[in-house]
Design a protein around this ligand. Structure first.
Ligand code: CA
Ligand code: CA
Length: 456
């Protein structure tokens, strides 16, 4: 079973399954069980934006292995920093570099590149070199030139709050590591800032190369940056990694000229949630075609997920261990294990059919009087051959018996056997005979044999 579902459709499907299961007589969802949850991360995407020289920016995806860029589309603003909000997955940009007017905070559609204005950043004069989010979704920016300071930015209103001055100025990139350390690059070195005061707490060894512009950490906490080999919109750039321990710069490859900002969209793996489920057999068979152990698996990024349950249905009577694998739209997956239990809740079918005297005489008539009292007992069940009884006597499926009504007595008595087939002859009273059939799960059905009254 592999179904690509949006979150909404996924919930709808779960409701539909719930309705289906709810319609069966005995559905028991056992206590929540989550066994062996596994997750595999995959699919972080590096985005870059041009904008050097104050031109209107274009959004790119950047191959983090080669530096090659693929244009997505024009942003419609000049941005000097971009960053994904880890709590919402929304891409933000800060425009209005030193070459333009008042800085503008925008959101950027990663699919089209189009920017949408959030608000104008006016409280503190100056431009912004770069922006970055902390793990809680607080946006920080580095104002430069201007106050040469760290600021917090309200991502909903673009209002800025002064954090503190940082020396030296003339910086270019700002990024939180996944571990929560705030780094600043430019003027020849990588630095660590205190996000509470803006003060430099550590200066890593100076860069041997002109690393400047935007930077960001990937999902493995590797810091990527840009080497500026020329100024202006066509200034050549190399995509590089920067060793945060010693400042060593490693070239990955040439990237988009004029690139000014980098941001990783750090895909989060989906969350697999399982539960043990107990379902009834489907109509007429001893198995259930489907039974989902999904207990609301989802992707924290809000994207569509694919559910695959192994083994897939049908599930047969008893318990089957299954693995549910949840895969997100970036290829990251998670899995969990649970038990599908199928129970037989379907009653057997039992019939008491007027039959012929094995002597070949007295074939019963359509008016069902069956005066000789011969019957064939017939049963079937979706799972197990039922146990057939008349009173406390066990019969075989397809067995022919003779029943005589004894109004004066209650209960079932075996009178004896008749003829070569050893047909059992029962006396039943005071009313008609009842045949019961019980399947292996204890489900019971019964039928009344309309026994002819005794001859008067
Ligand atoms: Ca995801
Ligand atoms: Ca049954």
């Amino acid at each position: 079973m592999a179904i690509l579902v949006s979150r909404e459709a996924h919930m709808k499907r779960r409701r539909t399954l719930g309705n289906f299961l709810g319609g069966l007589a005995a559905v028991v969802a056992s206590a929540f069980t989550l066994i062996f949850p596994l997750a595999a991360s995959a699919g972080s995407t590096l985005y870059g934006a041009t904008g050097s020289g104050g031109v209107l920016s274009v959004l790119y995806t950047i191959d983090k292995a080669t530096g090659a860029g693929t244009a997505i589309g024009p942003i419609g603003f000049n941005v000097s920093g971009i960053a994904f909000d880890p709590t919402t997955g929304i891409l933000y940009g800060l425009s209005g570099n030193r070459e333009a007017g008042a800085p503008e905070l925008i959101t950027i559609n990663p699919t089209t590149g189009a920017g949408t204005l959030v608000g104008t950043v006016t409280a503190i004069p100056g431009g912004y070199a770069d922006i970055t989010f902390d793990a809680a979704g607080q946006l920080y920016g580095f104002n430069e030139p201007g106050c040469d300071c760290l600021v917090r930015i309200d991502k909903a209103t673009a209002a800025v709050t002064f954090v503190g001055p940082t020396t030296p100025s003339a910086t270019s990139g700002l990024a939180f590591s996944n571990a929560g350390t705030l780094y600043l690059d430019g003027v020849g070195s990588l630095r660590i800032l205190d996000p509470v005061t803006g003060a430099v707490t550590s200066t890593i060894s100076p860069f041997s190369r002109p690393v400047a512009m935007g930077m960001d950490f990937d999902e493995n906490d590797i810091l990527y940056g840009l080497e500026r080999l020329g100024n202006g919109p066509s200034g050549p750039r190399n995509l590089v990694t920067i060793n945060t321990a010693n400042g060593a710069v490693t070239t990955i490859g040439a990237t988009v000229p004029g690139l000014d900002a980098l941001a990783f969209e750090k895909n989060q793996p989906p969350v697999a949630l399982c539960r043990n489920v107990t379902v009834s057999t489907d109509l007429g068979v001893c198995s259930a075609a489907s039974a989902s152990v999904d207990n609301g698996s989802s992707d924290p990024d809000g994207g569509p997920i694919t559910l695959a349950q192994t083994p897939a249905g049908p599930y047969f009577l008893g318990s089957t261990p299954v693995t549910l694998t949840v895969t997100d739209d970036k290829g990251a997956s998670a899995s969990c294990e649970a038990i599908v239990t199928v129970v037989d809740t379907a009653k057997p079918v039992v019939a008491c059919v007027p039959s012929v005297n094995p002597s070949g005489k007295n074939v019963p008539k359509a008016n069902n009087t069956n005066e000789d009292g011969f019957y064939m007992v017939l049963t079937s069940d979706n799972c197990t051959p039922p146990v057939i009884k008349i009173g406390s006597f066990t019969l075989a499926g397809g067995e022919t018996i003779k029943i005589t009504q004894t109004p004066g007595m209650s209960g079932v008595r075996l009178v004896g056997t008749m003829g070569q087939p050893a047909i059992k002859h029962f006396q039943v009273g005071p009313d008609d005979a009842v045949i019961t059939a019980t399947d292996g799960a204890g489900n019971q059905a019964s039928v009344t044999c309309l026994v002819p009254p005794p001859p008067k």
